[in-house]
Design a protein around this ligand. Structure first.
Ligand code: H79
Length: 402
C-alpha cells in the first residue's frame, strides 16, 4: 500500500484489431477470426526494458502484466495450453522478459490471471455476454479446468516469482468459492509472501470486503475507492477508455491523471494505472509522454504520495489529504476562492504551513481546530499544489473526519 502507484498492462493479439480485450471476441470480432489473430501477432518492436523504464519514469513502483485474459491467450510459454505466445510468429516469453526487466529497474513484478476462459473447451461458457450467460456447456469439465489453472499458476509463481497475483473474471456462475479457497492455499504454500487480490473468490462485489472474500485487498474498477483506513484497496483505471489499445482512444488529461493519483492516495489506496500497448510492441508516444509528466509531478510532490496514509479528510473535488509523521499534506485541486477551510482536527495545533518546496502559507485555526488556509495569488501547480501543515502531534493517528 505504501507504494501507491503501479502500471497495469493489457496486451495481446486483439491489439491487431484495436477492439477491447475483455468483450470483443464474438462481438466486434467474430470468434473464428479472433481465435486466429495470434497467428499474425508479431510485435517485433516489443522491448521489455522500454516498458519498464516508462513505468519507472512515471514514478510507478510496480507493474502488473496480463498473463491470460478472458480470451484465453497465454503471453508466456506454458506447457498446459497450446494457445500461447510460442505458437505465434513472435515466439518470445513476454511475461519472462518483463519479469527480468522489472528486476533490473527495481520495479515489483506482478501478474494478472483471469479465472474464466471462453476459449478453453473445459470452461462451460464460451462467449462474453451481459449479464453473464447461464447457458453452460455440458461437455465442459470444471475440475479439469481448475487443474489446468493450478498448473499454469504454478508455472507462473515458480518461474517468475510475482510479488502479487491479480485475479479477475470471478463473476461467472461456473466459478465457485471452493476453488478459490483451494487455489489461495495452494498459492500461499508455493510462496507465502505472494499478495492476492479479492477477485479470486467468487463474487460480483469487487470494491468491498464481504464475509466470503478470498484475497488480500479489494479492487474498485474504473472508479476511485472510498477512504478506508482498514481494508487495503487498489483502484484499477485506464489512461484512455479501453484496457487494450484502441486507435485514437481519448486519453486523460494530466490534471485528471494527477488528481486521480492524489485522490487515491488521499483515500489510503493504491492506483494501478493501465496502458494498452500497440500490436507492434510499442506504447503510444503520447501515453508515454503523459506518464512521464506524472513522473515529473511526482519528482516534486512524491513525498506527499509514497509511504503516506490517506485522510483524515475524505477526498473531494477541491482537495485531498495525505499524512506522514507530524505532517499533513493538503492536495489543492482547485482554487474556488481565496481560502480553504478544512474540517476540524480537535486538540491538534498547526505549527506552520507552507507550499511543498515553496513559500509559507498564512492560516488561522479556530478554537474547535478548523484550519483556514489563505491561498497565494497564484498556486504553483494547476493540477495539484501541495500545502504542508506541520502539526504538534502525529498526523497519522487523527481519526477520520466524518
Ligand atoms: O481486465 C480489465 C477488464 O477487461 C476486466 N477487468 C479489468 C481489470 C473486465 N472484464 N469484464 N469486465 C471487466 C466487465 C465486468 C463487469 C462486472 Fe459484473 C461488473 C463484473 C462484476 C460487476 C456484471 C455485473 C457482470 C457481473 C455483475
Amino acid at each position: 500500500m505504501d507504494q501507491r502507484f503501479g502500471m497495469f498492462i493489457h496486451w495481446g493479439p486483439v491489439t491487431l484489431r484495436g477492439t477491447e480485450i475483455g468483450w470483443s471476441r464474438g462481438h466486434e470480432v467474430p470468434v473464428e477470426d479472433y481465435d486466429n489473430l495470434y497467428k499474425e501477432f508479431n510485435p517485433v518492436l516489443f522491448d521489455a526494458d522500454a516498458w519498464v523504464k516508462t513505468a519507472k519514469d512515471a514514478g510507478m513502483k510496480y507493474l502488473t502484466i496480463i498473463s491470460k485474459h478472458h480470451d484465453g491467450f497465454c503471453l508466456w510459454p506454458t506447457k498446459f495450453s497450446d494457445y500461447n505466445i510460442m505458437n505465434s510468429p513472435y515466439k518470445k516469453d513476454i511475461v519472462g522478459e518483463l519479469a527480468s526487466s522489472c528486476k533490473k529497474y527495481d520495479i515489483k513484478f506482478c501478474v494478472y490471471f483471469t479465472v474464466l476462459d471462453w476459449h478453453d473447451p473445459n470452461y462451460p461458457i464460451h462467449s462474453s455476454s451481459y449479464p453473464p450467460s447461464n447457458d453452460l456447456d455440458p461437455k465442459a469439465n470444471m475440475n479439469k479446468f481448475v487443474r489446468t489453472m493450478e498448473n499454469e499458476l504454478q508455472e507462473i509463481v515458480t518461474r517468475y516469482h510475482p510479488y502479487m497475483l491479480w485475479f479477475d473474471g470471478n463473476w461467472e456462475s461456473p466459478w465457485k468459492n471452493e476453488y478459490a479457497v483451494d487455489i489461495y492455499k495452494f498459492l500461499k504454500r508455493l510462496d507465502p509472501n505472494v499478495i492476492i487480490n479479492n477477485r479470486l473468490g467468487a463474487s460480483t462485489e469487487h470494491s468491498k470486503l464481504t464475509s466470503k472474500t478470498v484475497g488480500d485487498f479489494v479492487t474498485p474498477e474504473q472508479k476511485i475507492g472510498e477512504l478506508d483506513m482498514n481494508t487495503p484497496w487498489e483502484t484499477c483505471m485506464t489512461i484512455c477508455n479501453q484496457w487494450a489499445w484502441k486507435p485514437n482512444d481519448t486519453m486523460k488529461t494530466l490534471k485528471q491523471c494527477v488528481q486521480t493519483l492524489a485522490k487515491t492516495a488521499g483515500g489510503n489506496g493504491s492506483l494501478l494505472f493501465n496502458v494498452g500497448p500497440m500490436s507492434d510492441g510499442r506504447m503510444e508516444v503520447r501515453q508515454v509522454k503523459r506518464l512521464k509528466e506524472m513522473g515529473e509531478w511526482l519528482k516534486i510532490y512524491g513525498e506527499s504520495i509514497y509511504g503516506t496514509k490517506g485522510g483524515p479528510f475524505k477526498p473531494n473535488e477541491l482537495f485531498a489529504a495525505t499524512r506522514k509523521g507530524d505532517k499533513l499534506y493538503i492536495h489543492v485541486f482547485e482554487k474556488k476562492s481565496g481560502t480553504l477551510t478544512l474540517p476540524a482536527i480537535a486538540c491538534i495545533k498547526v505549527k506552520q504551513a507552507y507550499l511543498l518546496k515553496g513559500d509559507k502559507i498564512n492560516y488561522t485555526q479556530d478554537a474547535g481546530g478548523a484550519v483556514t488556509l489563505q491561498f497565494p495569488e497564484q498556486l504553483p501547480d494547476s493540477n495539484d499544489s501541495v500545502i504542508v501543515l506541520e502539526l504538534n502531534a502525529n498526523a497519522e493517528t487523527i481519526p477520520v473526519a466524518s
